[in-house]
Design a protein around this ligand. Structure first.
Ligand code: BTN
Length: 317
């Protein structure tokens, strides 16, 4: 009821009468009044005027299921939403839900993570009230060797969504960090459960620093937030919706060829390393090179004094 009422109030440009809402939902006036009360308690400002009805005046920056569902415009991403005030890691929960049979598009969102996980066994700072910690479940039909490309699609989607919401450029540091003014604003952790020729599921975990005003000493030189870089308070639910919409769009393009050929140009246009000197952190021996963009399989093309090489995993700095 809360979700449907919220959606109806957001859709209306003007007041909607209690009577209209009762008839629309087939419930009593008391049921409407109770749902309005719940929304007010959650921080929504709703005006109630006699003989006119209800009108939503402002929405809090919250991530609950009702809010996310009330603004959902996607076809399948976020079709089932699981919200948690606190969780260990949204990736861990998403894997569990995927194994229990929840479909492609299932989304896990948390206000706070107590054991947020990053790439290469690192942690991910996940405080309450300021960030986006979410994981999307996919159960694709393509072969497991395609899955690493999904993480680049997610990076593109986040970069595009941040630019759309702030009007400012958010660049990609290959393969999937998002940076603003040289500092990291978003990290992505993609994990897969597969057999040799079959994907059981992929979970794409996205952590975005949105409203943070500071970071712990250990990461303050490298981490930043959208607020710190733009001075803008971007609504987190709306940013989630924008990321999901962009992801769906890019994923459709990817599915046409099952590679990134339709996206290379756009990815390279946002690549912070493009035509720049980078240090390739090869586990055997790090080396210097010039980044020349990505291949249709998502590898980073680098020119070294020994000639051209393709970097398929790892990191560059
Ligand atoms: C990285 O930069 O190393 C990747 C960070 C990924 C963090 C996100 S937050 C949501 C999801 N749940 C996790 O435990 N990790 C990812």
């Amino acid at each position: 009821m809360r979700t449907q009422l919220l959606a109806a109030l957001k859709e209306a440009d003007d007041y909607i009468s209690g009577q209209e809402l009762c008839e629309h939902f087939g419930v009593s006036r008391t049921a409407i009044w109770k749902a309005v009360k719940q929304l007010k308690e959650a921080g929504y400002v709703i005006e109630a005027v006699q003989n006119k009805g209800y009108k939503i005046v402002s929405t809090p920056d919250c991530l609950n299921t009702a809010e996310l569902e009330s603004i959902r415009k996607t076809k399948w991403a976020g079709r089932e939403i699981f919200y948690f005030d606190t969780i260990d890691s949204t990736n861990t929960k998403a894997k569990q839900l995927a194994e229990e049979g929840h479909p492609t598009g299932t989304l896990v969102v948390a206000e706070k993570q107590e054991a947020g996980r990053g790439r290469r066994g690192r942690g991910f700072e996940s405080p309450a009230g300021v960030g986006i910690f979410m994981t999307l479940v996919l159960k694709p039909d393509f072969a497991p060797d395609r899955a690493s490309m999904l993480t680049l699609i997610a990076a593109l989607a986040v970069s595009k969504a941040i630019s759309e919401k702030t009007g400012q450029e958010a660049e990609i540091k290959w393969p999937n960090d998002i940076v603003m003014n040289g500092k990291k604003v978003c990290g992505i952790l993609t994990e897969m459960s597969a057999q040799l020729d079959y994907i059981n599921h992929v979970v794409i975990g996205i952590g975005i620093n949105v409203q943070n005003e500071s970071f712990p000493k250990e990461i303050e030189q490298v981490a930043t937030s959208i607020l710190m870089e733009t001075g803008q308070h971007v609504n987190r639910a709306e940013l989630i919706e924008a990321v999901l919409e962009q992801f769906e769009r890019y994923y459709e393009i990817f599915l046409e060829t099952e590679d990134l050929s339709g996206l290379v140009k756009e990815y390279n246009a946002h690549l912070i390393n493009m035509q720049k000197q980078v240090r390739v952190l090869d586990p055997k021996e790090p080396y210097e090179a010039k980044a020349m963009g990505i291949t249709p399989h998502g590898e980073l093309i680098v020119d070294t004094w020994e000639g051209r090489k393709l970097v398929s995993s790892g990191e560059v700095s």
